[in-house]
Design a protein around this ligand. Sequence first.
Ligand code: SF4
Length: 176
Amino acid sequence: MEKLLRDDFRLEPASCFVDATCPRYKAIIPAEEDLTPLLPYLNTVSKVVFFDPEEPVLVFKYEGHKVAVRKDDVRISDVRDIEEGKILREKVARFLEEIWKKREEISPSYEPRKLPPALTIYRYLPKSNCGRCGEKTCLAFATRLSMGEANLEDCRPLFEDEAFEEAKIKLQEMLG
Ligand code: SF4
């Protein structure tokens, strides 16, 4: 694997679809080949929030974005536009290729890193299905949180309404 990611990518709406003034996207970059062998090395050296070696999928934090690496593609969260997508594609590709090149110096880790299940997270969300997080339902948002692919801060009611203060603290503890 010399080159890990293809040069082309696409943007898909990810969040704030109910608010036209703050569109955000996820960038989806196809892999040149199977990225599965890279994941245990990434698990050792990156800021991993989720790793399921069975799926396989690994999510790590990179410059304020969440990057999900799967067998066939890489998905970068919270991308503003195509220009930011291009810059991030370049940086993330370089980051992953560096790790792959140095793999003989890295001890691979196959240890899964799990977040609480979606239903446990859902229990503490407002359950209004208002859509402000970019998902149509609170359960869909809980599912993305449980995969490490969403940010709790995107549920604005949780942070704006004091009635949810206790639930917010509980979720912050659960999600680290
Ligand atoms: S913003 Fe919060 S309350 Fe609204 S749908 Fe999303 S998770 Fe549910």
